[in-house]
Design a protein around this ligand. Structure first.
Ligand code: SF4
Length: 608
Protein backbone atom coordinates (compact mmCIF):
# COMPACT_ATOMS: atom_id res chain seq x y z
CA UNK A 1 0.00 0.00 0.00
CA UNK A 2 1.29 3.44 -0.91
CA UNK A 3 -0.26 5.18 2.09
CA UNK A 4 2.09 5.87 4.99
CA UNK A 5 1.20 5.89 8.67
CA UNK A 6 -0.53 2.52 8.81
CA UNK A 7 1.04 -0.67 10.10
CA UNK A 8 -0.66 -2.07 6.97
CA UNK A 9 -1.31 -5.30 8.75
CA UNK A 10 -4.65 -6.78 9.77
CA UNK A 11 -5.12 -10.08 11.57
CA UNK A 12 -8.01 -12.13 10.17
CA UNK A 13 -8.84 -14.74 12.79
CA UNK A 14 -10.97 -17.80 12.10
CA UNK A 15 -11.92 -18.94 15.60
CA UNK A 16 -13.61 -22.12 14.35
CA UNK A 17 -10.49 -23.34 12.58
CA UNK A 18 -8.09 -21.74 15.07
CA UNK A 19 -6.23 -20.04 12.22
CA UNK A 20 -4.78 -16.55 11.82
CA UNK A 21 -3.96 -14.86 8.52
CA UNK A 22 -2.12 -11.56 8.23
CA UNK A 23 -3.17 -9.33 5.36
CA UNK A 24 -2.55 -5.75 4.25
CA UNK A 25 -5.39 -3.20 4.12
CA UNK A 26 -6.90 -2.92 0.65
CA UNK A 27 -5.56 0.48 -0.42
CA UNK A 28 -8.79 1.61 -2.03
CA UNK A 29 -10.62 0.91 1.25
CA UNK A 30 -8.02 2.81 3.30
CA UNK A 31 -8.43 5.83 1.02
CA UNK A 32 -12.23 5.72 1.07
CA UNK A 33 -12.87 4.72 4.69
CA UNK A 34 -9.61 5.77 6.46
CA UNK A 35 -9.69 3.35 9.41
CA UNK A 36 -11.44 2.75 12.76
CA UNK A 37 -15.21 2.85 12.32
CA UNK A 38 -15.09 3.35 8.55
CA UNK A 39 -12.90 0.37 7.76
CA UNK A 40 -14.67 -1.77 10.33
CA UNK A 41 -18.07 -0.98 8.84
CA UNK A 42 -16.73 -1.77 5.37
CA UNK A 43 -15.53 -5.19 6.53
CA UNK A 44 -18.84 -5.88 8.31
CA UNK A 45 -20.72 -4.81 5.18
CA UNK A 46 -18.65 -7.10 2.96
CA UNK A 47 -19.30 -9.94 5.42
CA UNK A 48 -22.99 -9.66 4.49
CA UNK A 49 -25.93 -7.90 6.14
CA UNK A 50 -28.07 -10.94 6.91
CA UNK A 51 -25.92 -12.66 9.53
CA UNK A 52 -27.37 -13.52 12.90
CA UNK A 53 -25.49 -11.22 15.36
CA UNK A 54 -24.70 -13.72 18.12
CA UNK A 55 -23.45 -16.37 15.73
CA UNK A 56 -20.19 -17.64 14.24
CA UNK A 57 -21.06 -15.88 10.96
CA UNK A 58 -20.92 -12.41 12.46
CA UNK A 59 -17.69 -10.47 12.14
CA UNK A 60 -16.21 -8.76 15.20
CA UNK A 61 -13.62 -6.08 14.42
CA UNK A 62 -11.23 -4.19 16.70
CA UNK A 63 -9.89 -1.30 14.65
CA UNK A 64 -7.35 1.51 14.94
CA UNK A 65 -7.05 4.70 12.92
CA UNK A 66 -4.02 6.12 11.10
CA UNK A 67 -3.29 8.57 13.96
CA UNK A 68 -3.37 5.81 16.61
CA UNK A 69 -0.16 5.38 18.56
CA UNK A 70 1.16 8.72 17.36
CA UNK A 71 1.53 11.86 19.46
CA UNK A 72 -1.69 13.31 17.97
CA UNK A 73 -3.73 14.73 20.84
CA UNK A 74 -6.72 12.65 22.00
CA UNK A 75 -5.90 9.82 19.58
CA UNK A 76 -6.20 6.91 22.02
CA UNK A 77 -9.49 5.40 20.82
CA UNK A 78 -10.28 1.92 19.53
CA UNK A 79 -13.38 0.99 17.51
CA UNK A 80 -15.22 -2.26 18.09
CA UNK A 81 -17.43 -2.85 15.06
CA UNK A 82 -19.94 -5.62 14.40
CA UNK A 83 -23.61 -6.33 13.77
CA UNK A 84 -25.46 -5.56 16.97
CA UNK A 85 -27.47 -8.24 18.79
CA UNK A 86 -29.43 -5.45 20.52
CA UNK A 87 -30.52 -3.49 17.45
CA UNK A 88 -29.88 -5.68 14.41
CA UNK A 89 -28.03 -2.74 12.85
CA UNK A 90 -24.35 -2.33 12.19
CA UNK A 91 -22.76 -0.85 15.31
CA UNK A 92 -19.46 0.57 16.43
CA UNK A 93 -18.43 1.46 19.95
CA UNK A 94 -15.15 3.09 20.92
CA UNK A 95 -13.09 2.91 24.09
CA UNK A 96 -10.20 5.03 25.32
CA UNK A 97 -7.25 4.28 27.54
CA UNK A 98 -4.15 2.69 26.01
CA UNK A 99 -5.49 -0.39 24.20
CA UNK A 100 -5.59 1.18 20.75
CA UNK A 101 -2.06 2.56 20.95
CA UNK A 102 -0.65 -0.72 22.24
CA UNK A 103 -2.32 -2.67 19.44
CA UNK A 104 -0.73 -0.29 16.94
CA UNK A 105 2.66 -0.57 18.66
CA UNK A 106 2.29 -4.35 18.48
CA UNK A 107 2.10 -3.93 14.69
CA UNK A 108 -1.62 -4.05 13.88
CA UNK A 109 -4.25 -1.72 12.41
CA UNK A 110 -7.00 -4.12 13.36
CA UNK A 111 -8.19 -7.60 14.34
CA UNK A 112 -11.12 -9.29 12.62
CA UNK A 113 -12.67 -12.28 14.38
CA UNK A 114 -15.04 -14.72 12.72
CA UNK A 115 -16.33 -18.19 13.63
CA UNK A 116 -16.61 -19.68 17.10
CA UNK A 117 -13.86 -21.21 19.19
CA UNK A 118 -14.48 -24.74 20.48
CA UNK A 119 -13.62 -23.62 24.03
CA UNK A 120 -13.04 -20.32 25.89
CA UNK A 121 -10.22 -18.54 24.09
CA UNK A 122 -8.16 -15.38 24.28
CA UNK A 123 -5.97 -13.71 21.71
CA UNK A 124 -2.43 -12.92 22.85
CA UNK A 125 -0.69 -10.35 20.67
CA UNK A 126 2.98 -9.48 20.76
CA UNK A 127 5.78 -8.81 18.28
CA UNK A 128 3.60 -8.74 15.14
CA UNK A 129 2.03 -12.10 16.03
CA UNK A 130 -1.32 -13.26 17.39
CA UNK A 131 -1.78 -16.51 19.27
CA UNK A 132 -5.09 -18.11 20.22
CA UNK A 133 -4.84 -19.54 23.74
CA UNK A 134 -7.05 -21.32 26.27
CA UNK A 135 -9.12 -18.94 28.44
CA UNK A 136 -10.78 -21.61 30.60
CA UNK A 137 -9.01 -20.25 33.70
CA UNK A 138 -10.84 -16.91 33.41
CA UNK A 139 -14.18 -17.97 31.89
CA UNK A 140 -16.85 -17.05 34.44
CA UNK A 141 -14.67 -14.41 36.06
CA UNK A 142 -15.53 -10.72 36.21
CA UNK A 143 -13.61 -8.28 34.04
CA UNK A 144 -11.54 -6.99 36.96
CA UNK A 145 -10.33 -10.46 38.03
CA UNK A 146 -9.75 -11.42 34.40
CA UNK A 147 -7.49 -8.43 33.89
CA UNK A 148 -5.70 -9.13 37.18
CA UNK A 149 -5.06 -12.71 36.00
CA UNK A 150 -3.43 -11.55 32.77
CA UNK A 151 -1.40 -8.87 34.56
CA UNK A 152 -0.01 -11.57 36.84
CA UNK A 153 0.63 -13.92 33.93
CA UNK A 154 2.31 -11.47 31.54
CA UNK A 155 3.42 -8.63 33.83
CA UNK A 156 1.68 -5.28 34.03
CA UNK A 157 4.32 -3.37 32.08
CA UNK A 158 3.38 -2.55 28.47
CA UNK A 159 0.22 -4.66 28.75
CA UNK A 160 -3.33 -3.93 27.76
CA UNK A 161 -6.28 -6.28 28.21
CA UNK A 162 -9.73 -5.93 26.70
CA UNK A 163 -12.19 -8.44 28.12
CA UNK A 164 -15.79 -9.48 28.41
CA UNK A 165 -17.35 -10.44 31.72
CA UNK A 166 -20.09 -12.92 32.68
CA UNK A 167 -22.67 -10.75 30.85
CA UNK A 168 -20.92 -11.36 27.53
CA UNK A 169 -20.49 -15.05 28.27
CA UNK A 170 -24.22 -15.30 29.03
CA UNK A 171 -25.13 -13.40 25.86
CA UNK A 172 -26.72 -10.42 27.59
CA UNK A 173 -27.81 -8.30 24.63
CA UNK A 174 -26.07 -5.18 25.94
CA UNK A 175 -22.83 -6.81 27.10
CA UNK A 176 -19.67 -4.91 26.27
CA UNK A 177 -15.85 -4.93 26.19
CA UNK A 178 -13.88 -3.28 29.01
CA UNK A 179 -10.15 -2.66 29.33
CA UNK A 180 -7.74 -2.29 32.25
CA UNK A 181 -8.61 1.39 32.66
CA UNK A 182 -12.32 0.49 32.90
CA UNK A 183 -12.84 2.14 29.53
CA UNK A 184 -15.82 0.56 27.79
CA UNK A 185 -16.82 -0.10 24.22
CA UNK A 186 -20.17 0.05 25.84
CA UNK A 187 -23.01 0.36 23.40
CA UNK A 188 -24.69 -2.11 21.07
CA UNK A 189 -23.86 -5.46 22.67
CA UNK A 190 -20.43 -6.04 21.15
CA UNK A 191 -19.55 -8.12 24.25
CA UNK A 192 -22.46 -10.44 23.49
CA UNK A 193 -20.90 -11.10 20.08
CA UNK A 194 -17.58 -11.87 21.81
CA UNK A 195 -19.34 -14.31 24.16
CA UNK A 196 -21.09 -16.02 21.25
CA UNK A 197 -17.63 -16.70 19.78
CA UNK A 198 -16.17 -17.97 23.08
CA UNK A 199 -13.74 -15.05 22.88
CA UNK A 200 -12.98 -13.88 26.42
CA UNK A 201 -10.16 -11.41 26.01
CA UNK A 202 -7.61 -9.70 23.82
CA UNK A 203 -4.25 -9.31 25.51
CA UNK A 204 -1.60 -7.09 23.94
CA UNK A 205 1.98 -6.74 25.09
CA UNK A 206 3.80 -3.94 23.28
CA UNK A 207 6.37 -1.34 24.25
CA UNK A 208 5.68 2.31 23.54
CA UNK A 209 7.00 3.21 20.07
CA UNK A 210 5.42 6.51 19.04
CA UNK A 211 4.33 6.27 15.42
CA UNK A 212 6.08 8.96 13.35
CA UNK A 213 4.57 10.83 10.45
CA UNK A 214 6.11 10.42 7.01
CA UNK A 215 6.38 14.19 6.57
CA UNK A 216 8.01 15.42 9.80
CA UNK A 217 7.89 19.13 8.98
CA UNK A 218 4.22 19.09 7.99
CA UNK A 219 3.46 17.01 11.04
CA UNK A 220 5.20 19.36 13.45
CA UNK A 221 3.13 22.30 12.27
CA UNK A 222 -0.14 20.35 12.15
CA UNK A 223 0.41 18.78 15.54
CA UNK A 224 1.35 22.07 17.20
CA UNK A 225 -1.76 23.79 15.82
CA UNK A 226 -4.07 20.98 16.93
CA UNK A 227 -2.54 20.87 20.40
CA UNK A 228 -2.88 24.62 20.79
CA UNK A 229 -6.56 24.33 19.89
CA UNK A 230 -7.07 21.60 22.48
CA UNK A 231 -5.25 23.51 25.22
CA UNK A 232 -6.95 26.79 24.40
CA UNK A 233 -10.48 25.52 24.15
CA UNK A 234 -12.80 26.70 26.87
CA UNK A 235 -14.98 23.65 27.48
CA UNK A 236 -12.29 21.03 27.22
CA UNK A 237 -9.56 22.28 29.46
CA UNK A 238 -10.27 25.49 31.32
CA UNK A 239 -10.64 25.26 35.09
CA UNK A 240 -12.22 28.71 35.07
CA UNK A 241 -15.05 27.53 32.85
CA UNK A 242 -15.22 24.27 34.77
CA UNK A 243 -14.96 22.03 31.73
CA UNK A 244 -14.08 18.42 31.08
CA UNK A 245 -10.69 18.58 32.77
CA UNK A 246 -12.22 19.62 36.06
CA UNK A 247 -15.61 17.91 36.24
CA UNK A 248 -15.39 15.29 33.50
CA UNK A 249 -18.36 14.55 31.25
CA UNK A 250 -20.64 14.79 34.26
CA UNK A 251 -20.30 18.57 34.05
CA UNK A 252 -23.40 18.20 31.85
CA UNK A 253 -25.74 16.99 34.61
CA UNK A 254 -26.68 20.41 35.98
CA UNK A 255 -26.61 22.06 32.54
CA UNK A 256 -29.14 19.68 30.97
CA UNK A 257 -31.29 19.73 34.09
CA UNK A 258 -31.73 23.50 34.07
CA UNK A 259 -32.89 23.59 30.45
CA UNK A 260 -35.38 20.74 30.95
CA UNK A 261 -33.29 18.30 28.95
CA UNK A 262 -32.60 15.66 31.61
CA UNK A 263 -34.86 12.62 31.12
CA UNK A 264 -36.05 11.62 34.57
CA UNK A 265 -37.80 8.53 35.97
CA UNK A 266 -37.94 6.69 32.66
CA UNK A 267 -38.42 9.99 30.79
CA UNK A 268 -41.72 10.81 32.51
CA UNK A 269 -40.13 14.17 33.40
CA UNK A 270 -37.49 16.42 31.86
CA UNK A 271 -35.73 17.56 35.03
CA UNK A 272 -34.63 15.91 38.27
CA UNK A 273 -34.92 17.77 41.55
CA UNK A 274 -31.84 16.02 42.97
CA UNK A 275 -29.63 16.27 39.87
CA UNK A 276 -27.00 18.26 41.74
CA UNK A 277 -26.31 15.31 44.06
CA UNK A 278 -25.18 13.11 41.17
CA UNK A 279 -23.44 15.87 39.18
CA UNK A 280 -19.79 16.42 38.24
CA UNK A 281 -19.60 19.31 40.68
CA UNK A 282 -20.79 17.05 43.53
CA UNK A 283 -18.31 14.33 42.56
CA UNK A 284 -15.51 16.88 42.47
CA UNK A 285 -16.29 18.14 45.93
CA UNK A 286 -17.05 14.87 47.71
CA UNK A 287 -15.58 11.71 46.19
CA UNK A 288 -12.96 12.59 43.55
CA UNK A 289 -9.53 11.03 44.10
CA UNK A 290 -7.76 11.16 40.74
CA UNK A 291 -7.97 12.39 37.13
CA UNK A 292 -6.60 9.65 34.85
CA UNK A 293 -6.30 10.16 31.11
CA UNK A 294 -6.01 8.26 27.83
CA UNK A 295 -2.96 7.92 25.59
CA UNK A 296 -1.80 11.29 24.22
CA UNK A 297 -4.52 13.30 25.93
CA UNK A 298 -3.83 16.44 27.96
CA UNK A 299 -7.50 16.80 28.95
CA UNK A 300 -7.81 14.00 31.53
CA UNK A 301 -11.60 13.94 31.67
CA UNK A 302 -11.71 10.70 33.65
CA UNK A 303 -12.81 11.10 37.22
CA UNK A 304 -11.73 8.35 39.60
CA UNK A 305 -13.76 8.29 42.79
CA UNK A 306 -13.70 6.62 46.17
CA UNK A 307 -16.84 5.94 48.17
CA UNK A 308 -16.26 7.25 51.68
CA UNK A 309 -19.15 5.72 53.65
CA UNK A 310 -22.21 3.48 53.54
CA UNK A 311 -22.46 -0.12 52.31
CA UNK A 312 -19.99 0.46 49.45
CA UNK A 313 -17.38 2.25 51.58
CA UNK A 314 -13.88 1.82 50.20
CA UNK A 315 -14.98 1.22 46.60
CA UNK A 316 -12.51 2.94 44.29
CA UNK A 317 -13.67 3.10 40.72
CA UNK A 318 -13.07 4.86 37.43
CA UNK A 319 -15.07 6.81 36.35
CA UNK A 320 -18.44 8.51 37.00
CA UNK A 321 -19.38 9.56 33.46
CA UNK A 322 -22.41 11.67 32.66
CA UNK A 323 -24.50 9.19 30.67
CA UNK A 324 -24.12 6.20 33.04
CA UNK A 325 -24.57 8.53 36.05
CA UNK A 326 -27.82 9.69 34.49
CA UNK A 327 -28.92 6.16 33.57
CA UNK A 328 -28.68 4.77 37.10
CA UNK A 329 -29.21 8.20 38.70
CA UNK A 330 -32.16 10.44 37.81
CA UNK A 331 -33.46 7.98 35.23
CA UNK A 332 -34.01 5.53 38.10
CA UNK A 333 -34.96 8.21 40.66
CA UNK A 334 -31.66 7.59 42.46
CA UNK A 335 -29.83 10.55 44.01
CA UNK A 336 -27.16 8.59 45.91
CA UNK A 337 -23.75 9.07 44.28
CA UNK A 338 -22.48 6.02 46.17
CA UNK A 339 -25.06 3.82 44.43
CA UNK A 340 -24.21 5.46 41.12
CA UNK A 341 -20.52 4.59 41.61
CA UNK A 342 -21.34 1.05 42.72
CA UNK A 343 -23.70 0.44 39.80
CA UNK A 344 -21.22 1.68 37.19
CA UNK A 345 -18.42 -0.36 38.73
CA UNK A 346 -20.66 -3.43 38.90
CA UNK A 347 -21.60 -3.04 35.24
CA UNK A 348 -17.94 -2.69 34.30
CA UNK A 349 -17.05 -5.84 36.20
CA UNK A 350 -19.90 -7.87 34.67
CA UNK A 351 -19.10 -6.28 31.29
CA UNK A 352 -22.47 -4.58 30.67
CA UNK A 353 -23.35 -1.24 29.10
CA UNK A 354 -23.86 1.08 32.08
CA UNK A 355 -26.01 3.39 29.93
CA UNK A 356 -28.35 0.64 28.76
CA UNK A 357 -28.89 -1.02 32.13
CA UNK A 358 -30.86 1.93 33.50
CA UNK A 359 -33.59 1.23 30.94
CA UNK A 360 -34.84 -2.19 32.05
CA UNK A 361 -34.50 -1.01 35.65
CA UNK A 362 -36.47 2.22 35.11
CA UNK A 363 -39.13 0.32 33.15
CA UNK A 364 -39.49 -2.09 36.07
CA UNK A 365 -39.79 0.92 38.42
CA UNK A 366 -42.43 2.68 36.35
CA UNK A 367 -44.31 -0.57 35.81
CA UNK A 368 -44.24 -1.15 39.60
CA UNK A 369 -45.59 2.34 40.28
CA UNK A 370 -48.42 1.81 37.81
CA UNK A 371 -49.32 -1.65 39.04
CA UNK A 372 -48.25 -3.61 35.97
CA UNK A 373 -45.79 -6.02 37.57
CA UNK A 374 -48.06 -8.69 39.14
CA UNK A 375 -46.12 -11.70 40.39
CA UNK A 376 -42.80 -10.02 39.56
CA UNK A 377 -43.12 -7.90 42.71
CA UNK A 378 -42.12 -4.26 42.83
CA UNK A 379 -39.01 -2.17 42.40
CA UNK A 380 -39.19 1.29 43.98
CA UNK A 381 -37.59 4.37 42.42
CA UNK A 382 -34.08 4.78 43.77
CA UNK A 383 -33.86 1.41 45.55
CA UNK A 384 -30.08 1.18 45.29
CA UNK A 385 -29.59 -2.19 46.99
CA UNK A 386 -32.10 -3.87 44.67
CA UNK A 387 -30.61 -2.19 41.62
CA UNK A 388 -27.20 -3.66 42.43
CA UNK A 389 -28.77 -7.07 43.11
CA UNK A 390 -30.66 -6.95 39.80
CA UNK A 391 -27.50 -6.05 37.88
CA UNK A 392 -26.07 -9.40 39.00
CA UNK A 393 -29.26 -11.23 38.06
CA UNK A 394 -29.21 -9.66 34.60
CA UNK A 395 -25.57 -10.61 34.04
CA UNK A 396 -26.25 -14.18 35.18
CA UNK A 397 -29.67 -14.29 33.47
CA UNK A 398 -31.43 -15.32 36.68
CA UNK A 399 -35.20 -15.03 37.09
CA UNK A 400 -36.55 -11.70 35.82
CA UNK A 401 -32.94 -10.80 35.02
CA UNK A 402 -33.15 -13.27 32.14
CA UNK A 403 -35.81 -11.09 30.50
CA UNK A 404 -34.12 -7.80 31.37
CA UNK A 405 -30.93 -9.17 29.77
CA UNK A 406 -32.78 -9.04 26.43
CA UNK A 407 -33.02 -5.25 26.73
CA UNK A 408 -35.59 -2.52 27.30
CA UNK A 409 -38.08 -3.57 24.63
CA UNK A 410 -38.31 -7.14 25.93
CA UNK A 411 -38.67 -5.89 29.52
CA UNK A 412 -41.48 -3.45 28.69
CA UNK A 413 -43.23 -6.13 26.62
CA UNK A 414 -42.96 -8.59 29.51
CA UNK A 415 -44.93 -6.16 31.71
CA UNK A 416 -47.53 -5.81 28.97
CA UNK A 417 -46.65 -2.18 28.22
CA UNK A 418 -44.22 -1.82 25.30
CA UNK A 419 -44.76 1.94 25.38
CA UNK A 420 -42.59 2.10 28.52
CA UNK A 421 -39.47 1.34 26.47
CA UNK A 422 -37.56 4.55 25.72
CA UNK A 423 -35.68 3.11 22.76
CA UNK A 424 -34.90 3.74 19.10
CA UNK A 425 -34.23 0.62 17.03
CA UNK A 426 -34.07 -1.33 20.29
CA UNK A 427 -31.36 0.71 22.05
CA UNK A 428 -32.18 2.91 25.04
CA UNK A 429 -31.90 6.67 24.75
CA UNK A 430 -29.02 8.31 26.58
CA UNK A 431 -29.10 11.34 28.87
CA UNK A 432 -30.66 14.09 26.71
CA UNK A 433 -34.42 14.58 26.57
CA UNK A 434 -35.67 15.26 23.02
CA UNK A 435 -38.33 17.64 24.33
CA UNK A 436 -35.66 19.93 25.79
CA UNK A 437 -32.86 19.26 23.27
CA UNK A 438 -34.70 18.76 20.00
CA UNK A 439 -31.76 18.17 17.71
CA UNK A 440 -30.82 15.23 19.88
CA UNK A 441 -34.29 13.75 19.31
CA UNK A 442 -33.68 13.75 15.58
CA UNK A 443 -30.20 12.39 16.24
CA UNK A 444 -31.60 9.43 18.21
CA UNK A 445 -34.16 8.63 15.53
CA UNK A 446 -31.71 8.77 12.62
CA UNK A 447 -28.74 7.18 14.35
CA UNK A 448 -27.52 4.14 12.46
CA UNK A 449 -26.83 2.19 15.65
CA UNK A 450 -30.04 2.83 17.63
CA UNK A 451 -30.57 5.72 20.06
CA UNK A 452 -27.22 7.36 20.53
CA UNK A 453 -25.76 10.74 21.50
CA UNK A 454 -22.41 10.12 19.83
CA UNK A 455 -23.48 9.73 16.19
CA UNK A 456 -23.97 13.48 16.04
CA UNK A 457 -23.33 15.27 19.31
CA UNK A 458 -25.70 18.20 18.85
CA UNK A 459 -25.60 19.11 22.58
CA UNK A 460 -22.20 20.63 21.73
CA UNK A 461 -24.24 23.39 20.08
CA UNK A 462 -27.56 23.03 21.87
CA UNK A 463 -26.34 22.77 25.46
CA UNK A 464 -22.65 23.57 25.76
CA UNK A 465 -22.89 26.30 23.12
CA UNK A 466 -25.31 28.15 25.31
CA UNK A 467 -22.71 28.33 28.03
CA UNK A 468 -19.92 29.56 25.80
CA UNK A 469 -21.62 32.64 24.47
CA UNK A 470 -23.72 34.11 21.69
CA UNK A 471 -21.52 33.07 18.78
CA UNK A 472 -22.15 29.39 19.41
CA UNK A 473 -25.74 29.45 20.65
CA UNK A 474 -28.23 27.14 18.98
CA UNK A 475 -31.65 27.20 20.58
CA UNK A 476 -32.27 23.67 21.93
CA UNK A 477 -36.04 24.23 21.73
CA UNK A 478 -36.10 25.20 18.06
CA UNK A 479 -36.59 22.45 15.49
CA UNK A 480 -35.89 24.38 12.27
CA UNK A 481 -32.41 23.84 10.90
CA UNK A 482 -31.83 20.75 13.05
CA UNK A 483 -32.01 18.50 9.99
CA UNK A 484 -28.93 20.00 8.40
CA UNK A 485 -27.22 20.42 11.76
CA UNK A 486 -27.62 16.71 12.52
CA UNK A 487 -26.31 15.70 9.13
CA UNK A 488 -23.17 17.82 9.58
CA UNK A 489 -22.56 16.57 13.13
CA UNK A 490 -23.08 12.96 12.03
CA UNK A 491 -20.63 13.31 9.14
CA UNK A 492 -18.01 15.06 11.29
CA UNK A 493 -18.24 12.42 14.01
CA UNK A 494 -17.99 9.66 11.44
CA UNK A 495 -14.68 11.25 10.42
CA UNK A 496 -13.31 11.40 13.97
CA UNK A 497 -14.39 7.78 14.46
CA UNK A 498 -12.46 6.80 11.31
CA UNK A 499 -9.33 8.60 12.47
CA UNK A 500 -10.28 7.23 15.88
CA UNK A 501 -9.73 10.35 17.86
CA UNK A 502 -11.83 11.25 20.89
CA UNK A 503 -15.20 12.90 20.14
CA UNK A 504 -14.35 15.69 22.54
CA UNK A 505 -11.54 16.77 20.24
CA UNK A 506 -14.25 18.25 18.00
CA UNK A 507 -15.07 20.73 20.78
CA UNK A 508 -11.62 22.13 20.17
CA UNK A 509 -10.08 21.11 16.85
CA UNK A 510 -11.24 22.25 13.45
CA UNK A 511 -11.71 19.84 10.55
CA UNK A 512 -8.74 21.58 8.91
CA UNK A 513 -6.59 20.48 11.83
CA UNK A 514 -7.69 16.87 11.48
CA UNK A 515 -7.04 17.08 7.73
CA UNK A 516 -3.54 18.50 8.22
CA UNK A 517 -2.59 15.74 10.65
CA UNK A 518 -4.05 13.04 8.41
CA UNK A 519 -2.19 14.41 5.39
CA UNK A 520 1.13 14.65 7.23
CA UNK A 521 0.73 11.13 8.59
CA UNK A 522 -0.45 9.32 5.45
CA UNK A 523 0.72 11.45 2.55
CA UNK A 524 -2.86 11.66 1.20
CA UNK A 525 -3.64 15.24 0.09
CA UNK A 526 -6.51 16.28 2.34
CA UNK A 527 -8.70 19.18 3.40
CA UNK A 528 -11.92 19.60 5.38
CA UNK A 529 -14.06 18.86 2.31
CA UNK A 530 -12.25 15.58 1.66
CA UNK A 531 -12.85 14.46 5.25
CA UNK A 532 -16.51 15.46 5.20
CA UNK A 533 -16.98 13.35 2.08
CA UNK A 534 -15.49 10.35 3.90
CA UNK A 535 -17.86 10.99 6.82
CA UNK A 536 -20.84 11.15 4.49
CA UNK A 537 -19.72 7.96 2.74
CA UNK A 538 -19.42 6.05 6.02
CA UNK A 539 -22.81 7.26 7.24
CA UNK A 540 -24.46 6.24 3.98
CA UNK A 541 -22.74 2.85 3.92
CA UNK A 542 -24.10 2.15 7.41
CA UNK A 543 -27.55 3.30 6.35
CA UNK A 544 -27.38 1.08 3.26
CA UNK A 545 -26.39 -1.91 5.43
CA UNK A 546 -29.35 -1.22 7.70
CA UNK A 547 -31.70 -0.77 4.73
CA UNK A 548 -30.62 -4.21 3.50
CA UNK A 549 -31.52 -5.49 6.97
CA UNK A 550 -35.07 -4.20 6.72
CA UNK A 551 -34.70 -0.75 8.29
CA UNK A 552 -36.62 1.28 5.73
CA UNK A 553 -39.49 3.78 5.66
CA UNK A 554 -40.82 4.39 9.15
CA UNK A 555 -37.79 2.98 10.97
CA UNK A 556 -36.53 6.37 12.19
CA UNK A 557 -38.83 6.88 15.15
CA UNK A 558 -38.87 8.11 18.73
CA UNK A 559 -40.83 6.70 21.66
CA UNK A 560 -44.27 8.37 21.65
CA UNK A 561 -43.65 9.87 25.07
CA UNK A 562 -41.26 12.39 23.49
CA UNK A 563 -43.59 13.41 20.67
CA UNK A 564 -46.95 13.42 22.49
CA UNK A 565 -46.41 14.02 26.23
CA UNK A 566 -45.36 17.63 26.75
CA UNK A 567 -42.62 18.45 29.21
CA UNK A 568 -43.95 19.72 32.51
CA UNK A 569 -40.80 21.22 33.96
CA UNK A 570 -37.52 23.05 33.48
CA UNK A 571 -36.74 25.25 30.50
CA UNK A 572 -38.62 22.91 28.14
CA UNK A 573 -42.02 23.18 29.89
CA UNK A 574 -44.85 22.74 27.38
CA UNK A 575 -42.66 21.30 24.62
CA UNK A 576 -42.81 18.03 22.70
CA UNK A 577 -40.26 16.94 20.08
CA UNK A 578 -41.33 17.81 16.49
CA UNK A 579 -39.70 14.75 14.97
CA UNK A 580 -41.71 14.59 11.72
CA UNK A 581 -40.83 18.18 10.76
CA UNK A 582 -37.16 17.63 11.46
CA UNK A 583 -37.11 14.28 9.66
CA UNK A 584 -38.45 15.85 6.48
CA UNK A 585 -35.71 18.47 6.56
CA UNK A 586 -33.07 15.85 7.36
CA UNK A 587 -34.01 13.42 4.57
CA UNK A 588 -33.99 16.26 2.08
CA UNK A 589 -30.47 17.29 3.10
CA UNK A 590 -29.27 13.68 3.06
CA UNK A 591 -30.84 12.96 -0.30
CA UNK A 592 -32.62 9.92 1.14
CA UNK A 593 -36.14 8.75 0.34
CA UNK A 594 -37.95 8.27 3.66
CA UNK A 595 -34.82 6.94 5.31
CA UNK A 596 -33.64 4.80 2.40
CA UNK A 597 -30.44 5.58 0.47
CA UNK A 598 -31.20 5.69 -3.26
CA UNK A 599 -28.87 3.97 -5.71
CA UNK A 600 -27.79 7.30 -7.20
CA UNK A 601 -26.51 8.44 -3.81
CA UNK A 602 -24.59 5.20 -3.33
CA UNK A 603 -22.95 5.72 -6.72
CA UNK A 604 -22.21 9.39 -6.08
CA UNK A 605 -20.36 8.41 -2.88
CA UNK A 606 -18.58 5.51 -4.65
CA UNK A 607 -20.11 2.99 -2.25
CA UNK A 608 -21.23 0.76 -5.11
S1 SF4 B 1 -10.96 13.76 26.61
FE1 SF4 B 1 -11.26 12.10 28.09
S2 SF4 B 1 -12.06 10.33 26.89
FE2 SF4 B 1 -11.20 11.83 25.45
S3 SF4 B 1 -9.10 11.10 25.08
FE3 SF4 B 1 -9.03 12.62 26.77
S4 SF4 B 1 -9.18 11.48 28.70
FE4 SF4 B 1 -9.81 10.11 27.00
Amino acid sequence: MELEGYANRLAHIDLTAGKVEYKPIPEDWARKYIGGRGLGVKFVFENGPKVDPPSPDNLLCFMNGPLTGSEAGMSGRMAVVTKSPLTGTVTDSHHGGWSAARLRWAGFDGLLFKGKAAKPTYAYIHDDQLELLDASAVWGKGVHDTIKYFKEKYGEKDLTVIAIGPAGENLVKFACWINEDDRASGRGGTGCVGGSKNLKAIVVKAEKKIVKAQDREKWKAAHAKALAEIMDERVVTSPRKGGLSVYGTNVLMNMTNVIGGLPTKNSQFTAYEHAEKVSGEYVNEHVLVDNPTCHACPVACKKEVEVKDGPYKGLRMESVEYEPAWSVGGNCGNDDIRVVAKMIDTCNDFGMDAIEIGHPLAIYMEASEKGYTGSDGKLAWGDGAKMVELAGKIARREGLGNIMAEGANATAKHFGHPELAMTCKGQGVPAYDPRGIKGMGLGYATSNRGACHLRGYTPAAEVVGNVLGPSTVTDPLAWKGKGEMNMIFQNVHAVTDCLDVCKFSTFAESLDSFAAQYEAMTGVPCDAGHLLKVGERVYNLERYYNNLNGFREGSDTLPKRFTTEASTMGGSKGHVCELDDMLKEYYEKRGWVNGVVPEAKLKELEII
